[in-house]
Design a protein around this ligand. Structure first.
Ligand code: VG1
Ligand code: CO
Length: 557
């Protein structure tokens, strides 16, 4: 018999999940009862049963960041008290975000709890995060996250089981009261699944026949290190020098585990200096990816378009299941739209955040999708999947190299030749004053409402359409409003401005710009040079400097 104590608590403000769960400073989660409250709200909001978590099977995994073990202990104590039937937890709590999604689906779990703040730095002064995923393996939709938030505002009591500390370092099954706790190898199921999706023999053959083709994978001290090691070194037989920073560290070794040209500069430098043909990185929790080559950077918007272009030829999963439709988040460039059009596929534009792809995938209407924020994935799971994207690129490389030697840059240029090039860039202004940022967006919203933008000429561009993006989910009919200011010009170029929903502190303004060209002479142009005119227009129209006091962005991707 396990003793359950009822402990008084009071609601905390702001336990509202954002784009991808609740993300706050570790210090915030460390406040007495703060984490307990949120977990309690999550357990009560589980949609499958009206009593909340009673009888549920939940998969628990995280990216290994600081404070993970403490939160695991809290989850067990509250789960035992709530009558959860089974918890399936990765060894030491380590499971990547896409692998949690994979395991939820494989074992038909009720849902899962993901302990990560993704690409945000970790450590006692950095970030932690908690996210709930549903039985389809995908991030909870807004109906569920809103319910979590509403419950968090009313909590008066916590039900906490009085149990000793659980050891998560050994594989095996334990029983705590009526709860079964299984500690699993969080890498195994995922690796097995990847072997059914991709043709590993073909990739191995490519490396065997092209001994001089060198690849370097950077786990950024996050969760994907063990996955990369298992797949690239043990399965594909590449030398151990093909992987770097492959041990998960609680503070990511002080790195900012965000795979882009700024934060993954260690990889970028090594690829250039040591002459690698292919470089790839993943973020803290393993759902993002960056692909680079010799003198080549693949924008995530191009990456998803290229994967979609080759999917049925190069990847067995799509040969077998077909490609049902394509989707991207609204700020992502329109390169994917062109592939959908050429292949006659159904196409969707959804708000930022992977949760919006889930319904489309469950309904069999979307097979491949992506976000400009280094997120690429497919309906094999319900999360974006960094390692999957890297394997997809290796499959494409193996495929195209059967006829002639092609590197990453050649694949890009070949794609532009067929579709034209969508130059794209995102400017992030991190931790700006929230009021200034909101006022800036409010002003644009006002101009849209008063119809002051359409028809206006800005330098070489003329505004054809301006709105605050709203999404009507074609599957469940839900509406998501105010998803970002969108200004579209007559030549198809676009400016998008929105505030981040994942920051843990202050506001982050994201400014996205896109310009299309089908003039082959322009394809080799550096992105920032090609986009300069439209960036100038964006800064002028938004009066960003006036509202935020920032002359320069924190990060350009
Ligand atoms: C950002 C990205 C978004 C992504 C989200 C979660 O959200 O822009 O595309 O889905 O992070 O990714 P926001 O609201 O800050 O712009 V992850 O790897 O942090 O789970
Ligand atoms: Co992530």
């Amino acid at each position: 018999m396990v003793n359950v104590n009822t402990v008084q608590t009071k609601p905390f403000e702001g336990q509202k999940p954002g784009t991808s769960g609740l993300r706050k400073r570790v210090k915030v989660f460390q406040q007495p009862n703060y984490t307990e409250n949120f977990i309690q709200a999550v357990l009560k909001a589980i949609p499958e049963s009206d009593g909340g978590a009673k009888g549920a099977t939940l998969v628990i995994g995280g990216d290994g960041r600081f404070y993970l073990n403490e939160v695991l202990q809290i989850i067990v104590k509250l789960s035992v008290a709530a009558g959860v039937k089974k918890l399936v937890v990765g060894r030491d709590g380590i499971v990547s975000t896409p692998a949690v999604s994979c395991i939820i689906r494989k074992i038909k779990a009720t849902g899962g709890i993901l302990l990560t703040a993704s690409h945000n730095p970790g450590g006692p002064d950095a970030d932690f995060g908690i996210k709930y995923n549903c039985s389809n393996g995908g991030p909870a939709p807004e109906s569920v996250t809103n319910r979590i938030y509403e419950i968090s505002k009313t909590l008066q009591n916590l039900e906490i089981a009085d149990i000793p500390k659980v050891d998560f370092s050994q594989l095996g099954t334990q029983h705590i009261g009526d709860l079964t706790l299984e500690v699993i190898d969080g890498v195994k199921d995922y690796v097995e699944y990847m072997k059914t999706i991709f043709d590993f023999d073909e990739i191995r053959t490519f490396f065997k026949n092209n001994k001089d083709f060198k690849m370097l994978f950077d786990g950024m001290n996050g969760v994907t290190g063990p996955y990369g090691y298992r797949l690239f070194v043990e399965e594909l037989g590449l030398p151990e020098s093909s992987v770097m920073r492959f041990k998960p560290l609680p503070d990511f070794g002080g790195a900012h585990p965000d795979p882009n040209l700024t934060y993954a500069h260690d990889l970028v430098e090594r690829v250039q200096a040591e002459n690698y043909d292919f470089g790839a990185a993943s973020d803290g929790d393993g759902d993002r990816n960056m692909i680079i080559g010799k003198d080549a950077f693949v924008t995530p918007s191009d990456s998803v378009a290229i994967i979609a272009h080759y999917a049925k030829e190069a990847i067995p999963y799509f040969k077998k299941h077909g490609v049902n439709g394509l989707a991207r988040s609204m700020p992502t460039s329109q390169a994917l739209d062109l592939v959908a059009k050429k292949q006659g596929l159904e196409f969707f534009e959804v708000p930022t955040g992977w949760k919006f792809f889930g319904n489309l995938m469950d309904a069999g209407r979307c097979s491949i999708c992506g976000e400009e924020s280094f997120g690429t994935g497919s309906d094999h799971v319900r999360e974006k999947d960094g390692v999957w994207a890297i394997l997809a690129w290796l499959s494409i490389i193996a495929h195209v190299n059967k006829s002639k030697r092609m590197g990453v840059q050649d694949i890009l240029q070949e794609h532009y030749k067929v579709y034209g090039r969508n130059f794209f860039s995102r400017y992030d202004y991190e931790e700006v004053d929230s009021k200034g940022a909101e006022d800036m967006v409010e002003r644009l919203r006002g101009m849209i409402e008063k119809n002051e933008l359409v028809g206006k000429t800005c330098g070489q561009f003329k505004i054809a359409k301006a709105d605050d993006f709203a999404y009507h989910d074609p599957i469940d009919g839900s509406e998501s409003k105010k998803q970002g200011i969108r200004i579209i010009f007559e030549d198809g170029s676009r400016i998008v401005i929105r505030l981040s929903g994942t920051g843990s502190h202050g506001a982050t303004v994201r400014l996205y710009v896109e310009k299309y060209s089908d003039n082959a002479a322009e394809y080799p142009k550096p992105t920032q040079e090609a986009l300069k005119p439209i960036i100038d227009v964006a800064l002028e129209l938004s009066q960003l400097e006036k509202f935020t006091g920032r002359k320069e962005p924190t990060v350009i991707t």
